[in-house]
Design a protein around this ligand. Structure first.
Ligand code: ADP
Length: 424
C-alpha cells in the first residue's frame, strides 16, 4: 500500500470524518462526494482522494482516475500483505447470521469479519481498511444488487472458500429477474482462488452450474453436510446434523428456523474444510443478530423480531416455524421492497404464504403491500397504535407472533410499541 495511507482511517461520508482521516470522494446515485471535500477537510481530514478537480488546497488532494478503484486497490493491498485465508459468503438469505456463526466458531483461531452492512463495493473495502488488523482468517459477507457486483468484491478479496447459501427472489427488481440473480451469485464460485473450494446448497439449479470447480454441498436432508432433523422444546431448538461421515446433535438456545439451521450446515462445512475442530459448545451462547428472526418470549407468547428484511423465502421459513411453535399464529407484515416489476406478483404470493396463519395484520405504511390479500386478514392499518391495540386484544398464552417487512418499512417501531404496551 502507498505508505502515506498506512494506518489511516478512511471515510466516504464527510459527516464521519475524524481528525487525521482520509476522505474518499465517491460519486453516488443521490449525491457526489466531491461536493463535500471542503467540509471534510475543514473537519480535519488530512487528505481527500478525488477523481476530478475541486475547489480545495491542491496539497490536500490526491487525484486518481477512479476513487472507487482506488478504494478497492488499497484494500486489496492491505489484505494481501497479510496473506489471509478468505471465506466469502453470499446468498439471498442468511448471509449475516451465517457469517456471525462462522466467526463464533473460528474466533479462537484468529478471525476477522466485515460488519453487516459493509458488504458492498464501498462497504467491504472500507471495512478491510478501517477494521482489519491482520487476522489469518477473513470472513466476508458479500452482497449483490446486480450481475458483476460479487465478481468485483472477489477481485478485492479472492475467496479460498466460497459459500453460496441460496438463490431466491430478494431484490429481484434491481437485479433484473431470477436468472440474473442466479448468474450474479454464482460469481462467488467463478471468482474464487484456482485451488479454492465452494460450499454450495444442495440444489440442482446451483450444482449443475459448478462445472469443474471443487465443491462440497450442504442442505436440509441432503448434501455432504446436512441438517437431518430439528425440533423445538419450550425455548430451545434441537438439531441433528450429518457432517460427512459423523452425526452430531446440538441444542441451541431460542427458536431457530429451518433456513438458519440449514445454513449452519454450511458453517460446519467451512470449519471442516479449513481443518479446524468444530466446537459446537461455542454455539450455546451465540447471540442472534438483532432483527433476524430473533425470538423473544413475552408473557408466554413467542414474539419473533424479523424486522430487518423480508423476501418470499424468508417469510416461508418464518411461517413454517411459527406453525411449529405456536398454538395459534399471527403476523404483522409490511411490504417486501426492491421487487420492481415483480412487486405485485411477490405480494400476491405472500398472501398465499400468510393464509397458513390464524391472523394477519397488514401494516400499510408503504404502498407495495396494498395488493396483498390474505384470507386471514384481521386488520389493515397504517396506525401503530391501532395495530398494537388489536394485538393486545387477540393474543393469549402459547401464541406465536411475527413482525416482518423490508427494512425501509421500519417495522421495528411497531414491535417496540407492542413490547412496551404488552408489558414485555
Ligand atoms: P442476509 O444478511 O442475507 O439478509 P440475515 O442473516 O440477515 O441474512 O437473515 C435475513 C432473513 O433471512 C431472516 O429473516 C432469516 O430468518 C432468513 N433466512 C436465513 N436463512 C434462510 C434460508 N436458508 N432460507 C430462507 N430464509 C432464510
Amino acid at each position: 500500500m502507498i505508505d502515506f495511507f498506512k494506518n489511516t482511517v478512511f471515510a466516504v461520508d464527510s459527516r464521519k470524518i475524524v481528525p487525521g482521516s482520509v476522505f474518499v470522494a465517491l460519486k453516488g446515485e443521490r449525491t457526489d462526494g466531491h461536493l463535500y471535500v471542503k467540509e471534510a477537510l475543514e473537519k480535519g481530514a488530512k487528505m481527500a482522494v478525488v477523481e476530478k478537480e475541486v475547489d480545495a488546497p491542491p496539497e490536500k488532494l490526491y487525484m486518481v482516475r477512479s476513487t472507487l478503484d482506488f478504494l478497492a486497490q488499497i484494500a486489496r493491498e492491505k489484505l494481501y500483505a497479510n496473506k489471509p485465508l478468505v471465506v466469502g459468503i453470499t446468498g439471498s438469505n442468511g448471509k449475516t447470521t451465517t457469517k456471525e456463526l462462522l466467526f463464533k466458531l473460528l474466533e479462537p483461531f484468529g478471525a476477522f469479519r466485515n460488519a453487516g452492512n459493509l458488504n458492498t463495493e464501498v462497504g467491504l473495502p472500507l471495512s478491510i481498511l478501517n477494521d482489519y488488523s491482520g487476522e489469518r482468517i477473513v470472513i466476508l459477507e458479500m452482497a449483490m444488487n446486480k450481475v458483476g457486483d460479487i465478481a468485483k468484491l472477489c477481485h478485492i478479496a479472492r475467496p479460498r472458500i466460497s459459500v453460496l447459501l441460496n438463490v431466491g427472489t430478494a431484490h429481484r427488481g434491481i437485479a433484473g429477474g431470477d436468472e440474473a440473480i442466479l448468474n450474479g451469485k454464482l460469481e462467488i464460485v467463478e471468482n474464487m482462488e484456482p485451488n479454492g473450494t465452494a460450499v454450495v446448497l444442495s440444489d440442482e439449479r446451483l450444482v449443475s452450474r459448478l462445472k469443474s470447480k471443487n465443491f462440497v454441498t450442504f442442505g436440509h436432508e441432503k448434501g455432504d453436510y446436512h441438517l437431518i432433523s430439528y425440533s423445538y422444546s419450550s425455548f430451545e431448538t434441537v438439531a441433528r446434523y450429518v457432517l460427512k461421515s459423523r452425526t452430531v446433535e446440538l441444542k441451541l438456545p431460542r427458536i431457530w428456523n429451518v433456513g438458519q439451521l440449514t445454513n449452519l450446515a454450511a458453517v460446519f462445512a467451512v470449519v471442516d474444510l479449513l481443518g479446524f475442530e468444530i466446537d459446537i459448545e461455542r454455539l450455546k451462547d451465540f447471540t442472534p443478530v438483532s432483527g433476524r428472526f430473533n425470538c423473544i418470549e413475552c408473557k408466554g407468547v413467542y414474539v419473533f423480531d424479523d424486522c430487518y428484511n423480508a423476501s418470499l423465502e424468508s417469510f416461508r421459513v418464518a411461517v413454517d416455524t411459527l406453525k411449529k411453535v405456536g398454538k395459534r399464529t399471527f403476523a404483522v407484515v409490511g411490504s417486501i421492497k426492491e421487487q420492481g416489476i415483480f412487486s405485485k406478483q411477490t405480494h400476491l404470493q405472500l398472501g398465499g404464504i400468510l393464509d397458513q396463519l390464524d391472523g394477519v395484520i397488514v401494516y400499510t405504511k408503504d404502498p407495495e403491500v396494498e395488493v396483498m390479500s390474505s384470507s386471514k386478514e384481521i386488520l389493515r392499518s397504517s396506525s401503530v397504535e391501532e395495530i398494537v391495540e388489536t394485538l393486545c386484544t387477540v393474543l393469549t398464552k402459547g401464541d406465536a407472533l411475527l413482525f416482518k417487512a423490508s427494512r425501509a418499512v421500519e417495522m421495528e417501531k411497531v414491535l417496540q410499541r407492542f413490547l412496551e404496551v404488552y408489558g414485555c
